[in-house]
Design a binder for this molecule. Structure first.
Ligand code: NAD
Length: 289
């Protein structure tokens, strides 16, 4: 068997086009353009690239991008004051503080300072709680993008055995919550899991979010399973995921790296920003978005 390769790039492009379409509706109804504020502290090259591409994608979706670049030695109080200003600014629907922050800053304090109703990254504990209890809120972009791909490939996920490898707050845990909400039977594996290959072998759906190049091997995979590779690892040959590409010989479908989950993250960020603007303005948008 050769797995169907899940084209996250194409799916993300379609999602972005749909967001742009709905953003125009919000603009017409509310008389203002939805806006996303992105805050970057310091000059980490990878973060700089992310922030630039988020700004570009936001503008391409017909929304406003507000970029705030602060020096690496910015004090906590200055960053908190900026977050307070953005919380109060009616033109700002979404606030994203690019992580990681320089070591002297208290990341947790900054995340919890963002208004949960503008927290389009979904990292605020209030949004984590809303997700866990089934209330509307904001869901972290990467796992939400993974579920969108899974629904596209498999349709109804009810009753599927899903294994999430990784338990981080930004990927593994929200991923598990989303799959529970889709009525999957969910196992969360992590660095202390015994016999990971045996755990993965049970799964109809595997989501790998670890950060170890090509860790998941073909003989770990149940024939026909759907594999979602969140991992981004820099190798000599370029970017590689957490799933060995040779798993395509066993799996039913899998995401490539690059071109799978990666492009979904920014597309979902735009989607979350649009949803925030629509909620704040009381404008109805496509509920399927
Ligand atoms: P993290 O380091 O916070 O978490 C990694 C998790 O992997 C931990 O929960 C740990 O328990 C688990 N783990 C570590 N070693 C393991 C092992 N040997 N066996 C099983 N589990 C093990 O990382 P994260 O922020 O969740 O990100 C995970 C990966 O996803 C990274 O490669 C990151 O770059 C990538 N990522 C990609 C996107 C995207 O847009 N595609 C977004 C976020 C993260």
């Amino acid at each position: 068997m050769t797995a169907r390769i899940i084209d996250g790039k194409a799916f993300a492009a379609t999602l972005r086009a749909r967001v742009a379409n709905e953003a125009a509706k919000v603009r017409d109804a509310a008389g203002r353009t939805p806006g996303l504020a992105v805050v970057l502290v310091g000059e980490d090259p990878a973060s700089s690239v992310y922030v630039r591409s988020k700004g570009k994608a936001t503008r391409e979706a017909g929304m406003e991008s507000f970029e705030h670049r602060l020096s690496a030695d910015t004090p906590q109080a200055t960053l908190e004051a900026l977050v307070d200003r953005l919380n109060a600014d009616p033109a700002v629907d979404g606030i994203l503080v690019q992580l990681p922050l320089p070591g002297h800053l208290d990341e947790r304090a900054i995340i919890t300072r963002i208004d949960p109703d503008k927290d389009v990254d979904g990292f605020h504990p209030v949004n984590a709680g809303r997700l866990a209890t089934g209330l509307p809120g904001f869901v972290p972009c990467t796992p939400l993008g993974c579920v969108m791909l899974l629904r596209d490939v498999l349709g109804d996920l009810t009753g599927k055995d899903a294994v999430v490898i990784g338990r981080s707050n930004i990927v593994g845990k929200p991923m598990a919550q989303l799959l529970i909400a889709e009525s999957c039977t969910v196992t969360v594996a992590h660095s202390r899991t015994h016999d990971l290959p045996a755990v993965v072998r049970r799964a109809d759906i595997v989501v790998a979010a670890v950060g170890r190049a090509a860790m998941v091997k073909p003989d770990w995979v149940k024939p026909g399973a759907t594999l979602i590779d969140v991992g981004i690892n820099r190798a000599e040959a370029g970017l590689v995921g957490d799933i060995d590409p040779a798993c395509a010989e066993v799996a039913g479908a899998m995401t490539p790296v690059p071109g799978g989950v990666g492009p979904m993250t920014i597309a979902v960020l735009l989607r979350n920003t649009l949803v925030s603007a629509a909620r704040r303005e009381g404008v109805a948008i496509d509920p399927a978005l």
